[in-house]
Every structure is written in C-alpha cells, then in structure tokens.
Ligand binder design. Structure first.
Ligand code: FAD
Length: 566
C-alpha cells in the first residue's frame, strides 16, 4: 500500500503516525509546503510574547526525527500542486529546485488546513502588517517586533488568536488596541459572556473598539496608519490581522471533489471524500454539527488530531470507525481571565430555530472560606422539553478549564441538565465546594425547567412596565451602591415581614447580585400567593456587565489620545 498525505501539521502528522502504527510495511509519503512539520501552532502567540522562550520547544517532531521514528518519507518545502483522481497521482513541486514531479498513491489524505483572510484593503500589503498561521509568520513577527523597537500594536479581529496576540504584545510592554467589526469579541459565544471578558480587557488599559471596521492602511515612515470606518485614524508600529480563516480547498476543488454548504471539503462519516480513495481531515473539511445538524467547519487542533487517528484507522483497516462531529469545545486565556465554550451558543441556536432556555449562574471557583476563591460564571442552554444540554460557556479566573471539560463531555454525550445535578466530583476546599459550580448550574436549570423558578433576562429589563414591581432583594448597602432603574429595596431577609408592601395582583420582577437570593425571595413570594414573580437570571452582576458593554458596543468611540500623531 502506498499512502500520500498532504499537510504535515495537526491532522496530517497525526494521520501519518497512526498509519505507520497500523501498517509497518506501507509506503507513506507526507508532503509539506512549509519548512516545518508537526509544530505547535497553538503555541505560536506565546513564543512571540516570550512566554515560550525556546523556539525549539515549538517543534513536536522534525522531518528527520519523524522519519527515524515512523519510517515516513517526509518531504518539506514541497507543495502538492494538483491531484489526478483517475490516475491516482499527485503532482508536486520541490521549492528548492523548482522540480515538478508526479507520485502515485493507493490512498490520499488531505490535511491542508485553513488560510487567514486578507481582504483587499488599500495598503494591506504594507510592511508591518502580518497574519499568523505558521512558524514562518511567527519568525517574521518576532524579529520585526525585536528589531524595530515596536511600541504600539493594533490587533484587528477579536477572535481567539487575535486576543492571544493582544495579550502577548501587552506582556511585551506594547500599547495594544483591538479593533473588532462585530458588536462583541469572541463571536462563538453569547454576548453576556463576551461582555465579562471585554471588561477585563478594558481593565488592562487595552483599547477595545467594537462595531468598528478597518477601511485601509497607510505606511508613513515607520508608522502604519489604520483608517477606521468612523473616520478615526489610529497609528501603530505593527498590525496583526486576525479576522478569520477559510478552509484551503484549492486542491480538492481542482480535483473535482465535492465541497459542502459551509465551503469545506465534504466528507462522509468515515472522513472519506466524494472520491473513495481520498480522505480529508482538519480545518479544511466540513461536517454535520451534532447539535444543529447543520454542516460546519471546525478550526480547532483537538478535532484535527483526533480525526487524523480515525482517518488512519479507516484508511488502513477499511472504514471501521465513524467520526461523530465536533461541538467546538474551545478555551482561551485573555490576560488573567479564561473563557471556555462548548456546544452551540444561544444566538446560533436561535438562528438554527432550536428552542432552548438559557440560565446563568455565578459561583466561587472553590469554597469561599478557603483563600483566593474567584468568581466563575457558567451559562448553559438546554432544551425546554427534555433538558438536553445544548451549550455551556464558562468565564472566570480559576478552574474554568475543569468545568468546561466536564460540561463539554456531557454535551457531547447528549446528556441533560439532570445529569449535571448528579455530577459527582472530588471535593476539598482548595478545589471546589461541596456543590460544584457544575452542580449549581444543574440545580438552577432544573428549577427553571420544573417552573420552580421563573426567570427574566438582562436584556428584558426595558420591557418592565410602570405597573410592574421591580424589587432589589440585596442588602441596603449593595442597593445604594447601584441598582436597576427605579427598583425598590426589600432585602431577602426582610421580605417575609414586608409582604403587605408588595401588590399581589402585579407582575413582580426580582433581582439580587447573582440570582440565588432572588430565587429564595421568589420562593417565599410564590408560596405566599404571589403568582407572577420573575427572577433575573445571572442577577445584577450579569445585568450590569452586559448593559455596560452593550452601551459600549453601540457607541462608536472616537478616541482622542489615539488619533493620528503629527
Ligand atoms: P494545519 O495544522 O494548519 O496544517 C496544514 C498544513 O498543510 C500546513 O502546514 C500547510 O503548509 C500544509 N499544506 C497546505 N496545502 C499544501 C499543499 N498543497 N502541499 C503541501 N502542504 C500543504 N486550535 C486549538 O484548538 N487551540 C488553540 O489554542 C489554537 N491556537 C492556534 C493558534 C494559532 C496561531 C493558529 C494559527 C491556530 C491555532 N489553532 C488552535 C488552530 C489549530 O492549529 C488548527 O485547527 C489545526 O492546526 C488544524 O490542523 P490541520 O491539519 O487541518 O491544518
């Protein structure tokens, strides 16, 4: 058997290594147009930021070590130009000599990845404007920053890589601005969770421009002027464009392979393309999302690596293992805060027409009495009929990764919010509470599903009518420090003795700081004959952060200090 693999990083290298483990006698050739194979893509921003100091640590394997260990013919700086599916051959160019040659295959595996978007804006090819995809880009950026004594950086696009770059530039001591066209950062997550991270970014002194598009660039001396659609011109020494990627389907399209509705390479459940001898994995493929049923592309290293293993099993052993799709579990560190997401965000569930309920809880990362407990926010979305968990988003400063992975595995296994209630964890005060934040998310979701708790959301406060009653059940000092609209203050511990102050026939909206005291107040009222009582999901905390940020998102900021320098 002769296997050819195109692309030697996440999906390609993983497929090649597994193929060798399954078939010691096969001929395996892996083509990589870049200089390096099997490197840590995900570590590149941290190398630029000097968090990873040793460049060699980025390389999991070299061509030589891969060849030695796996007996794989690794051909770096060799680009596959075309595929002839009838002849079962590829044409490749050796970049060092310009030699073009053919190579036959029995099975071909494509893992060409995705390429960063670079829109045709005026001046976009000026020196100092970079995209970040590979080691070559990384080396350029790093040496540019070191040699040019860079002081100001602009990151365009507030996705995962953009934010990681912003943090790493900041850690190098640069003044950092982030420009984002959308009304929030981190497009895969819902607004209230993004809002928490936005506030953290602002707290670092990083300028964050939302609802702002770049219209062009102008290089003057060593400065890059970045023109915005609001007429403002910012200046920077270096610009990172991180506005998204698209699947690299050039070879597949040229070979006449089927592409799908998401514009990725179409594969079946065995990761086999429309040509039975060609398989594909990674950022270039699209696959049915297990929650929405819609075809989508997943740009993540975990799925690419795991697909590589499945693909090799199917290639070597004959379609023995199905791929079940990705729920896009992802996590990002943004300065001191961590945000994780799994499943389909509420806004995307809405677009897909999937009915769901959203619940937000805030809890300590571990027992409050043990030092350094940090607030953690969990937002879950679940089915109103059977409680199936559809998504989870977690933001906080400690233990976010653990909770995200637990929630992700429940979502992946089609579990419900009832399973969260029964989730059993190892508890000692430094690690958690006797009821883990995951349990708490389940308890609250169950209360909502069983209508023990009726909720309203931060963006529904404006719908409260003059005849309705809005009660702040926090302590007086909390109320005095900031309240919602013209709420009256009846602290939860006083509510049983002040029932006569609350009109029974009116609709009553309650809030506390995080939702828990509001829930208790609601239980007291409802069991005392008050019918229409609603508690604010996520409490004042979610309301204040999301409201503040939605104001910031609508407002187009005209920075004064940041306008072009004379
Ligand atoms: P890649 O790993 O990109 O490999 C594709 C390779 O194919 C490339 O090296 C390319 O040169 C080669 N190639 C393409 N066409 C040809 C051709 N015609 N001939 C020869 N070779 C070809 N994901 C996470 O889950 N977590 C993270 O923290 C994370 N951080 C990231 C940070 C950065 C800076 C980047 C760029 C990506 C990050 N990702 C992260 C995404 C992750 O790296 C990708 O999802 C993953 O690498 C995709 O694997 P792949 O095999 O499809 O493509």
């Amino acid at each position: 058997m002769k296997y050819i693999i195109v692309g030697a990083v996440a999906g390609g290298a993983s497929t090649a290594a597994r193929l060798r483990r399954l078939d010691e006698h096969a001929e395996i050739i892996i083509f990589e147009k870049g200089e390096y194979i099997s490197y840590a893509n995900c570590g590149l921003p941290y190398y630029i930021g000097d968090v990873i100091k040793d460049r060699n640590k980025l390389f999991v394997q070299t061509a030589a070590s891969f060849n030695l260990r796996f007996n794989i013919d690794v051909r770096v700086t060799t680009e596959v130009l075309s595929i002839d599916p009838i002849a079962k051959s590829i044409k490749a160019i050796k970049q060092s000599t310009g030699e073009i040659y053919e190579e036959r295959y029995d099975k071909l595996i494509l893992s060409p990845g995705a390429e960063p978007l670079r829109p045709p804006l005026p001046g976009i090819n000026s020196e100092g404007i970079f995209t970040l995809r590979n080691v070559k880009d990384t080396d350029y950026i790093k040496s540019y920053v070191q040699q040019k004594h860079i002081k100001k950086a602009i990151v365009i696009g507030a996705g995962f890589i953009g934010l990681e770059m912003a943090e790493n530039f900041y850690d190098l001591g640069l003044h950092v601005s982030i420009i984002e066209m959308g009304n929030q950062i981190l497009a895969p997550v819902d607004f209230p969770i993004a809002a928490i991270v936005q506030q953290h970014i602002r707290s670092k002194g990083v300028a964050l421009y939302l609802n702002t598009a770049v219209t062009g660039f102008n290089k003057i001396n060593n400065k890059i002027e970045v023109s915005l659609n609001n007429g403002v011109v910012l200046t920077a020494d270096v610009v990172i464009l991180s506005i998204g990627v698209r699947p690299d389907t050039r070879l597949a399209v040229q070979a006449g392979l089927k592409t799908g509705t998401a514009r990725g390479i179409w594969v079946n459940e065995y990761l086999q393309t429309s040509d039975a001898s060609i398989y594909a994995v990674g950022d270039a493929i699209e696959f049915e999302n297990p929650i929405t049923g819609q075809s989508m592309i997943t740009y993540l290293a975990g799925p690419a690596n795991k697909q590589g293993r499945i693909c090799a099993n199917n290639v070597a052993l004959g379609n023995v293992q199905k791929y079940h799709g990705s729920i896009n579990t992802a996590i990002v560190k943004v300065f001191d805060i961590t945000m994780g997401t799994a499943g389909t965000a509420s806004k995307h569930l809405k677009t897909a027409g999937i009915n769901h309920i959203v619940s937000t809880t805030h809890n300590g990362s571990h027992a409050a009495y043990y030092p350094n407990a940090k607030q953690m926010t969990i937002q879950v979305a679940f089915s109103p009929t059977d409680g199936r968990l559809l998504s989870a988003q977690v933001a906080g400063y400690d233990g976010v990764d653990k909770r995200l992975d637990i929630l992700s595995s429940y979502i992946k296994q089609n579990k419900t919010i009832y399973d969260l209630i029964e989730f059993e964890h190892g508890y000692a005060p430094p690690y958690s509470s006797a009821k883990d934040p995951v349990n708490m998310a389940g308890f609250v979701a169950e209360n909502i599903l069983l209508e023990r708790l009726k909720i309203f959301y931060w963006n529904e406060v404006a719908n409260i009518k003059p005849a309705d009653v809005l009660i702040d059940v926090r302590r007086k000092d909390e109320y005095d420090a900031g309240k919602i609209a013209d709420a009256i203050n009846i602290p939860v511990d006083e509510i049983r003795n002040r029932l006569e102050e609350i009109p029974k026939e009116n609709t009553i909206y309650i809030y506390c700081e995080a939702g828990q005291r509001g829930y208790l107040a609601q239980r007291i009222l409802r069991q005392n004959g008050f019918e229409n009582v609603y508690n604010l999901s996520g409490g004042y905390h979610t309301w204040s952060v999301a409201t503040e940020e939605s104001g910031a998102a609508i407002k187009i900021t005209k920075p004064v200090a940041e306008t072009v320098e004379a």
